[in-house]
Design a protein around this ligand. Sequence first.
Ligand SMILES: Cc1ncc(COP(=O)(O)O)c(C=O)c1O
Length: 412
Amino acid sequence: MQNYPDLDVDFVRNQFSALNGEWAFMENAGGTLTARQVVHRVQDYMSRIHVQPNHLYRPSQEAGQLIEKGHNAISQMIGADQDEVIISPNTTASVLFLANSLRRWFSAGDEIIVTNLDHEANNGVWRKLNEFGLIIKEWHFSKDSGALEIDSLESLLTSKTRMVCFTHCSNITGAINDIPALVSLIHHAGALACVDGVAYAPHRGVDVKSWDVDFYLCSLYKIYGPHLGVLYAKREHLERAANNNHSFLENKLSLKLNPGGPNHELTCGIAGVEDYFLDLYKHHFTSSENTILEKIIDLGGLISKHEEVISKPLVDFLSIKRNVTLFGPSSVDSKVRTPIFSFVVEGRNSAEIVKTLDQEGIGIGSGHFYAPRCLEALGHDSSEGGFIRVSLVHYNSKSDIMRLIAALEKII
Ligand SMILES: Cc1ncc(COP(=O)(O)O)c(C=O)c1O
């Protein structure tokens, strides 16, 4: 790994007011805490200038500019043009809007590939297209690596494959899939790639153009921001896509998939996510020439290093417990995984363990995390409480992990 400085965790934690208390928050794949820069922008907008934007009076003009700034910020952060980025209520809604529009491109007998690893968001909606005569094929993940392997996709692709819908990183196993290689294979087969980046984006830079993805999804409330979804779509696809919005918005690329407009105050708040990353960058690096995307990619290096350090004691602890099964990659290598760890304890209900940890001020989750097919493929069901999931981000400290290990040691 490149020589990155150490992450100043105290500096990071000071950016999140919710970290002032006693809680160790480790259910971050479900939703991260909000950076104070985001809170500031939303509060400023709502308390000062919450008017209908883009009319000809000045406060309305300013409101429009603030919304535009938020939209522009996330577009630049993922390396996209602004009119290729759709702000939606959440990722589940983004996929629904996308599928509703794109289904007109497909005919009965066309094939769509989905996975048994994915969260239901980039999964269930596509499966339902079988109502229109589409054939749905399921791409199975490797139980050893917890990832989607290229070989197993190859055998599913045919001349009839139109789309492959899959995750960049599993919200259960934490395994990272090789997006450039998979997208290249999918394009070679004449199909489109729709990638769920929700569990990946909180950890590393997202560069949609260099990966050549057709569609890429993420959720800002898991990237330290407001509760919104982001859908990137290649311009050529958006131009062809059917309009879900008012007929006179047909040619507004970033609005046409949304039924209605995006949430104003939260879209304004997206600029706070950029502020947060810029503050973090300035604290750790000297160059100011880089683009915001380049800065986030550099921050991803520093964050990866920290994630590996804090994950190691947890993985070591879980791996030696004979009654624990940890799913996904067994290493903490940030090239193959993000720090999302799901496990079960033999003979124990996962929900009970999570409830006990609540008493210790430790917040983690249990269940199938909306990926029930993954739980089933790994030989479990919800009657045992599903997985126990510990999902870390860079504001977690070594002391959070040591508290968790000490608490788990008593319980399991
Ligand atoms: C991997 C993954 N994809 C998609 C989603 C759905 O995101 P949203 O809540 O924005 O619809 C989640 C939410 O947990 C997720 O973890």
